[in-house]
Design a protein around this ligand. Structure first.
Ligand code: DGL
Length: 267
């Protein structure tokens, strides 16, 4: 099937999810939209994030996408059910796959969640975990400074380490054995987060789990791209500064990004 997968995020961070999707399904065609003019979503209200998310989805639908991935945790937390209801294609967010994996992994039945202020405030991960297993204890901590640290490339220096300690010290005392990285940027800080939390805590990368969910959904619906459909393409759209996206995004993806185009969602 020669229709692309559509992915949107508030900006650059969703590239960590795209990377996982391409690792799982290297041949798929993708269209990525980063709403870089309006980032961050993590500090905005549910109403605003929902409005932006619908505008993003509407843009991607113009490309006849076969499935929509909401890579942004904050957007998934605030409006995944509405998007699922309104759109006629499958829509997959990052919350449920991450929550499901954490429930599978925890033996202590104690799970930690870190994310943006909005994601934590929404209670979406908390609800997703409790829906699966009511008896699991859940502890949360917003870590907003991890986002600029990841974009700055400060993922393994003294400042990142001190920030991680300051955010994670309390949650560490709760004897959790699984910690959900509930934000697109946090996989870049995995090594420092893991150092601080210690080796008894499994880190759950929501993007990685989401990619597995996307593959499963495409397979079930017989929507996977067939080998005979030719070479794959990857297009990137941003609502501000393609140059910055290219620069920072190449670090997030681990490959050089071409095909970054500026778009005005109001057109
Ligand atoms: N993409 C956002 C998320 O995963 C992080 C950046 C933002 O606040 O917009 O929640």
């Amino acid at each position: 099937m020669k229709r692309p997968i559509g992915i949107f995020d508030s900006g650059i961070g969703g590239l960590t999810v795209l990377k996982e999707i391409l690792n799982a399904m290297p041949g798929e065609d993708t269209i990525y939209l980063g709403d870089t003019a309006r980032v961050p979503y993590g500090t905005k209200s549910a109403e605003t994030v929902t409005r932006y998310s619908f505008e993003n989805a509407k843009f991607l639908l113009k490309f006849d996408i076969k499935l929509l991935v909401v890579a942004c945790n904050t957007a998934s937390a605030y409006c995944l059910p509405q998007l699922k209801e309104e759109l006629s294609i499958p829509v997959i967010g990052v919350i449920e796959p991450g929550a499901k994996k954490a429930v599978e992994v925890t033996k202590a039945k104690r799970i930690g969640i870190i994310g943006t202020e909005g994601t934590i405030r929404s209670g979406a991960y908390f609800d997703a975990i409790k829906t699966i297993d009511q008896s699991i204890a859940v502890f949360t901590q917003p870590c907003p400074l991890f986002v600029p640290l990841a974009e700055e490339g400060w993922t393994n220096n003294q400042i990142a380490r001190m920030t991680a300690h300051a955010y994670l010290n309390d949650i560490k005392k709760q004897w959790i054995d699984a910690l959900i990285l509930g934000c697109t940027h946090y996989p870049l800080l995995k090594s420092i987060i893991s150092d601080v939390m210690g080796n008894t805590v499994t880190l759950i990368d929501s993007g990685h789990e989401t990619a597995a969910e996307v593959a499963k959904c495409l397979m079930e619906k017989n929507l996977l791209k067939t080998i005979s459909s030719g070479e794959s393409f990857h297009r990137f759209f941003v609502t501000d500064s393609p140059e910055r996206f290219r620069q920072v995004g190449s670090r997030f993806m681990g490959t050089r990004l071409n095909n970054v185009e500026l778009v005005n969602l109001e057109d």
